[in-house]
Design a protein around this ligand. Sequence first.
Ligand code: OKP
Ligand code: ZN
Length: 370
Amino acid sequence: MIAITSPQHRSHAPAFEIFRGNRVACHETPARADAIENQLALCGHTVTTAHVDSREVLRQVHSERYLRFLVHAWRDWIALDPANADLQPFPAVWPVRTLRSDIEPQNFTARLGLYSMDNGCALVEGTWAAAKAAADAAASAAALLRQGERAVFCCTRPPGHHAGADFMGGYCFLNNAAVAAQALLGGGLARVALLDVDYHHGNGTQSIFYHRSDVLFVSIHGDPLTEYPFYLGHSDECGAGEGDGFNLNLPLPAGSSASAWFAALETACQRVAAHGAQALVVSLGLDTFAQDPISTFLLQSKDFTRLGQRLAGLYLPVIFVLEGGYAAAELGVNAVNVIEGFEQVWLQQEAQRLAGNFVQPTKQPSGGAV
Ligand code: OKP
Ligand code: ZN
């Protein structure tokens, strides 16, 4: 499986985040992607860089005004005071219920609040360059699938699944998985499934596709009653309008076991298969790992192999997009386990197909005369 890295990710390395009023070291660090890249190289996987500009797809996924804000955010921050170069901008006011978010204020901090869902999205000079490079990787992965590649892994950061059309949050600025899905549609596919297995609900991705039936969104995550992002990810969120029935949330209680998690994965995979998807995007968070410092599920390293194996069983072209996962030391092994589990089953399928006894497990969409 080809892996795409974005060396530019290192330009996003904020000094700190705020936890209960204190400055703490960021969980989302360059070391995360570096650890995976090292393990990929060690295990002999092909590693390449992005070759597609995601600009046009980004305009389909994010609002014009949010992209404009992000591109110029650092310049505007410095313009307030050159001494700001050594400081991290921090929102102070948010347009909650009854306040207007349709008019963009001129004040920088007010705009930062307008475009932020939380205070957890540390922004630095190189943030835009890193986020754009990750989105380019996602668009490149879609191009590779179109050229016949069976699966691609985007070893990218910052992550994306909390970023909505018009806001950042939870370490995410641009929604890389949404870019991958949208680029696949732009490349001629009619139906894509997006499966989010990060510990945290992918609120941004859900909101981007909530009214659409071309992208099915399925997520397994910690129950938002107790887990971030708290305000989305409940099981009664099923999509709306055209998108009614194309959103499936499978929240699990904090502390859930691997067996509970794999039961949810089975439900998720059956829904994906029933969608008649022509390709799958996986928001691959590795923070379901038992040793993750900010999460509570109990998956072990070998469970990531099992995850890869089950996903290969869907027999779909797949783009894996890295999301969370903060046990940096084990991240490389866990990511490569997903990839190798996937490849193992995929090679078995190829052998069966050549022997003429392979049955496609994905339900074909009804009414599609081919
Ligand atoms: C991003 B991703 C913990 C604070 C958590 C935000 C978590 C974002 C997770 N002390 N704040 O989904 O892995
Ligand atoms: Zn997460």
